[in-house]
Design a protein around this ligand. Structure first.
Ligand SMILES: Cc1ncc(COP(=O)(O)O)c(C=O)c1O
Length: 394
């Protein structure tokens, strides 16, 4: 069913800041960080814990590494409990960039198969799918999702309309990077499973933001904890459906290879494992603040930000998924239509307005994305909107 969400946008008010989050983050107050969605920003107590772990490592490297497999397993169990998944089906990874290659390398693909991605998919994820398809002699099909799709049902229909008997794999976002839309939402993965399509789900933004981030119908699902789940960078997770676990191909052969998934994926020789060890503390901090309170604040602030960008800068708001902590507006035609132009706009917004935003190129006018996290304030979006109005006139 199509619902009209426009009314809701024009009525958006700025939420009150959460008192418990005061002074929790390290991001500089001299600038507006409205791009939490790209790299996240871990809270100070989590950063301190990570530093303590690094100090422990340096005091006795041999002892630290000897104990690591057990400590990593402990972190995995705690993270799995928070995500609501079976720890035997979850591996810790550095990030989504790594996870997508592991997932795609673990899948059988034959010449003539079709791999489906969308044009809202993250660039690196789509490139990984393109390379894997080319190596297997399979065909890559890029589904175009309308920027103006009014709701998730319309997005879902666009994906399903592109599935045919040759489609063997679908690589889909949970929340898209350029447009902050929910694609692999409730029901879509179950329907794809019913049609015999293997699903690879990019949940980069889901942990911390969505109440139930892992859909049990996903064959492979991965996400980042360093974006919205308060973990230090880099910290990702890969959840694998039981039927695939024995077939997972780790990125490298390691001392834990013989143990199979998930240890075989996690162990990468000498490296920095402290983000994983600190991640459960980030999740505990988030839960302590109250998932509903954080979500209510961030979703409302993102919506308010979108409203002021539309009202004060005259930028067209793109349809949004309620509850997502990022929103988008469309830049006028001629602005950021290609990669270089998008980079220029981001650079100008930073140099002239002291604000970090994400801009992705789009034919007919780029897409500017704002994020909202507990350290952001309404005034930052208002100043951005006023500044953009001037910048776009120049
Ligand atoms: C949807 C999506 N997928 C994948 C990534 C890549 O994440 P990473 O660089 O941590 O691998 C991002 C990062 O912004 C993203 O937004």
């Amino acid at each position: 069913m199509t619902e009209d969400r426009t009314e809701e946008l024009w009525a958006a008010e700025a939420p009150e800041p959460l008192p418990a989050a005061e002074g929790l983050f390290a991001v500089s107050e001299g600038a507006a960080h409205l791009n939490h969605g790209s790299y996240g920003a871990p809270p100070l107590p989590v950063l301190r814990l990570r530093e303590q772990l690094r100090a422990q490592e340096e005091l006795d490297p041999d002892g630290f590494f000897a104990d690591l497999p057990a400590r990593v397993a402990g972190a995995r169990t705690a993270i799995a409990a928070d995500l609501g998944v079976d720890p035997a089906g979850l591996a810790l990874v550095s990030n989504v960039t790594e996870a997508v290659s592991i997932a795609l390398d673990s899948l059988p693909l034959a010449p003539g198969d079709r791999v489906l991605v969308t044009d809202h998919g993250y660039g690196v994820v789509n490139r990984a799918a393109a390379r894997r398809a080319a190596e297997a002699g399979a065909e890559l099909r890029v589904v175009e999702l309308p920027l103006d799709a009014p709701d998730e049902a319309a997005v879902r229909e666009a994906v399903l309309a592109a599935v045919d008997g040759r489609t063997s794999v679908a690589v889909l976002d949970q929340i898209t990077s350029p447009t902050a839309r929910l694609v692999a939402g409730p029901g879509l993965l179950a329907e794809l499973r019913r049609r015999g399509v293997t699903t690879v789900v990019d949940g980069a933004h889901a942990p911390g933001m969505l109440a139930a981030p892992v859909d049990p119908d996903a064959d492979f699902w991965f996400g980042n904890l360093h974006k919205w789940a308060f973990a230090p960078r880099p910290c990702g997770v890969l959840a694998v459906h039981p039927e695939w676990r024995a077939r997972v191909r780790p990125l490298t052969v390691s001392w834990e290879d013989h143990r199979g998934f998930p240890a075989s994926v996690e162990w990468r020789g000498t490296g920095d494992y402290t983000p994983w060890l600190a991640a459960p503390a980030g999740l505990a901090l988030l839960r302590g603040l109250g998932a509903a309170a954080v979500s209510g604040h961030n979703a409302a602030l993102a919506r308010y930000g979108q409203r002021v960008l539309a009202e004060r800068a005259g930028l067209r708001p793109l349809p949004a998924t309620p509850g997502v902590w990022m929103r988008t507006v469309r830049l006028p035609a001629g602005w950021a239509e290609a990669e270089e132009g998008a980079r220029e706009v981001m650079g100008e917004v930073w140099r002239r307005l002291g604000t970090r935003v994400a801009v992705r190129p789009w034919e007919g006018g780029g897409v500017l994305r704002i994020s909202a996290q507990l350290y952001n304030r309404a005034g930052e979006y208002e100043r951005l909107a006023d500044g953009l109005a001037g910048l776009l006139k120049a």
